[in-house]
Write a protein that binds this ligand. Structure first.
Ligand SMILES: [Ca+2]
Length: 421
């Protein structure tokens, strides 16, 4: 990651960390004359229990979410400021060229292809059940879990409470302030831990507070995660069935339409004004195939017959010619998971590549997974948990928070941020 930051940006972040750390220490320490700064390798530590504003937040959050106030204060009192979290949330340096080819090659690669094939084979019955229930095909779910965490291999090592507290109370300057979003996620996290009987200090995940194999933010777990194998618990860290069901349920809740392709091939209009007109709504499907044709875009045969609206999606390739696809509502649904057209096409490409290398379908159907008799799956047990207020969305342009933010180990090549908006 560090290669993505300019020296200046890094210097600013280090200075900021030092300021924040120093601020907390100054409150207690008496000024010393001529004290020397002795360089060491120990991190500057801010324990949020020393911060009045954080303890006030704890009391208010407990009241808002009907949590035990002492337990909430005790948990947040042990949260720590993590300088690397503040660094990792920063966008790539200005002028970093987006490059779909390079981005794709990070995800459609041998390690993920092999792990994806194994994940698919091991969980085929759950993937089929998810498709049956939510209409989301296996390759999309397999693509998402592969891009997010390589099927659980890279789920992030930050304590969730530290990551969320850092971004809630010390969101770095130099980019759009999203601390309100992270404070809401922190509250959701505390609520989630209470609901699941989990110690808030115990869970680890990405620098942005994303959790488990699918890297769900806490609000997404509350709103969309399901106990897909019906064992009475939602486990997104270790239980592939729950992961598969939850990813499918998330997409279903965000407009996924059964049987609809994600995108079609398209040749863009030669006329730059016509092209700009089609690109203007970005990833939001806004034009019928007839309107595409009217503006000079040429869809493939299946695209011409598409019953709904399409988006002309442009993916840059550095100095080379951009890649274009005509995205459907299902392409758009994947961008609700992570607000980036590059992310969506990487998910689709990885899933399709894994599907292509799988052996031909056997004629014998895979038996349905055995479910505990005590926990029938007639309903989605967790889907009943209401989604958080749309006001919690980090960006006003969107109606819901993304399920995840890039995991610490995997994503943020440019574009770490939603590339399309
Ligand atoms: Ca379960």
């Amino acid at each position: 990651m560090s290669a993505l930051f300019t020296r200046t940006a890094l210097a600013c972040m280090v200075a900021l960390s030092a300021c924040v750390a120093a601020g907390a220490v100054q409150a207690k320490a008496k000024p010393r004359k001529h004290s020397k700064v002795v360089p060491d390798k120990a991190p500057d530590v801010v324990i949020y229990g020393q911060r009045e504003d954080v303890m006030r937040f704890a009391a208010e959050a407990a009241a808002r979410r009907e949590l035990d106030v002492d337990a909430t204060r005790a948990a947040l009192a042990q949260a720590k400021y993590i300088p690397s979290v503040a660094r990792l949330i920063m966008p790539p340096p200005a002028g970093t060229a987006k490059n779909w080819g390079a981005y794709r090659s990070r995800f459609v690669e041998p390690v993920r292809l092999k792990a994806g094939a194994a994940f698919w084979s091991a969980n085929e019955a759950w993937l089929r059940l998810a498709e049956e229930r939510y209409g989301v095909p296996p390759e999309i779910i397999v693509g998402i879990v592969g891009v997010e965490t390589i099927y659980g291999q890279q789920m992030g090592s930050f304590r969730i409470i530290d990551a969320l507290a850092t971004l809630s109370f010390d969101f770095p300057a130099g980019r759009k302030d999203r601390s309100a979003f992270f404070r809401d996620e922190l509250e959701n996290y505390l609520l989630l831990c209470r609901q699941q009987g989990v110690d808030p200090l115990s869970w680890r995940g990405s620098y942005a507070g994303a959790i488990g194999m699918p890297q769900f933010m806490p609000s997404s777990i509350l709103a969309h995660a399901v106990d897909f194998d019906g064992d009475g618990h939602i486990d997104l860290h270790n239980n592939p069935a729950d992961v598969i069901g939850s990813v499918a349920h998330f997409l279903s809740n965000h407009g996924w339409q059964r049987g609809m392709p994600t995108r079609y091939d398209v040749s863009v209009p030669v006329d730059t004004a016509q092209r700009a007109l089609l690109l203007a709504p970005d990833i939001l499907p806004s034009f019928t195939p007839q309107e595409f044709a009217g503006h000079g875009a040429v869809l493939d045969e299946s695209g011409k017959a598409h019953p709904g609206k399409l988006a002309l999606v442009e993916l840059q390739n550095g100095d080379a010619a951009p890649t274009y696809v005509a995205g459907t509502e299902n392409f758009y649904a994947i961008t609700r998971y992570n607000w980036s057209s590059y992310y969506a096409l990487a998910v689709i490409s990885l899933g399709e590549a894994i599907k292509r290398q799988r052996p031909p379908l056997a004629s014998e159907p895979v038996p349905a997974p055995a479910l505990p008799a005590s926990a029938p799956m007639a309903a989605d047990p967790v889907a009943a948990v209401p989604a958080q207020s749309p006001a919690s969305a980090p960006e006003p342009a969107a109606s819901a928070a993304p399920a995840s933010l890039p995991a610490s180990g995997v994503a943020p090549m440019p574009p770490a941020e939603p590339a399309s908006r």
